[in-house]
Design a protein around this ligand. Structure first.
Ligand code: ZN
Length: 287
């Protein structure tokens, strides 16, 4: 019977247009955000495309022997989605993670995942910029957009900040990138935290979209990178600062860019259509 199933599976894989779902792993378990609520939302959003089969690896709490033993089998997956902001992993797990991404694995960092691991240099290179948890001027430059091009802003100042939550406009900066192709030039994201003053190595990074962090809401007054891709070795990384909680994740813009960014991180291509209910420049769209 097993052989028959294997045979059918193999035969199906030869049909045009048929592809096995991309094995995907969401990593959570520690986060100053409500990971217990947001992981299922992201899992459902990814699986709704039919492109991904999603497992979840939940790290134990604290910083004891249980966390030291946390070592997911990264190599089983095409892409990892980080919903983790917590204690440092063991050296063995960090090494496996670095080898996985450098060797061509996909990585997606969502919102507070970029608060994690301030002292892990390779991780900071993967995500380009991060905030909080002891980062400082030495962590790198602010990643901004000025005069029609990216700016690595080295002026001194704090690292990691957001003003009060509000809906804000994402402006596309790389319209030909597979993740962005077909998206509007501007779209209004649902009320969320707008990360600004984020610093990091920002090497091999492409800004896909920025937002003006309006001082009216406590922002920096700069165009701050919100959607970023990074190449790390042979690996592809998609970093979205969006998604503080389940309410912000109802935004069709968040959902669509998560789905597209995860496919791109896994394969380097995006096969998904832009949904008809994608937000407009002046109108939020929720699901
Ligand atoms: Zn947040």
């Amino acid at each position: 019977m097993k052989t028959l199933f294997a045979g059918l599976f193999f035969a199906a894989s030869l049909l045009p247009g048929w592809a096995a779902p991309l094995p995907t792993l969401i990593i959570d378990g520690q986060n100053n955000h409500d990971w217990k609520a947001t992981t299922p939302v992201m899992k459902a959003a990814l699986e709704a495309t039919g492109l991904f089969s999603v497992d979840v690896a939940t790290a134990p709490g604290g910083n004891g022997p249980e966390l030291a033993a946390f070592k997911p089998d990264f190599a089983k997956y095409k892409v990892l989605v980080m919903n983790y902001n917590g204690e440092m992993w063991s050296e063995a797990t960090r090494k496996a993670f670095e080898e996985y991404v450098a060797g061509g694995g996909g990585l997606v960092a969502v919102h507070a995942a970029d608060n994690s691991f301030p002292k892990w240099q390779a991780f900071n290179e993967m995500i380009a910029v991060g905030g909080w948890n002891g980062r400082d001027d030495k962590s790198g430059a602010y990643l901004r957009w000025k005069d029609g091009k990216p700016l690595l802003d080295t002026q001194p100042g704090g690292v990691g900040h957001h003003g009060e939550q509000h809906p804000f406009v994402l402006e596309t900066r790389a319209p030909k990138h597979p993740i962005m192709a077909g998206l509007p030039e501007k779209w209004l994201h649902a009320s969320d935290e707008l990360y600004d003053f984020m610093r990091g190595p920002a090497k091999n990074a492409t800004i896909l979209a920025t937002t003006f962090a309006d001082p009216k809401f406590g922002g920096s007054g700069e165009q701050e990178a919100q959607l970023i891709t990074i190449s790390y070795g042979k690996g592809r990384v998609f970093h979205t600062t969006l998604g503080h909680g389940v309410e912000a994740m109802k935004c069709v813009g968040f959902i669509t860019t998560l789905q597209r960014g995860t496919e791109w991180a896994a394969t380097g291509k995006v096969t998904q259509q832009i949904p008809a209910d994608f937000p407009k420049a002046d109108a939020v769209s929720l699901r």
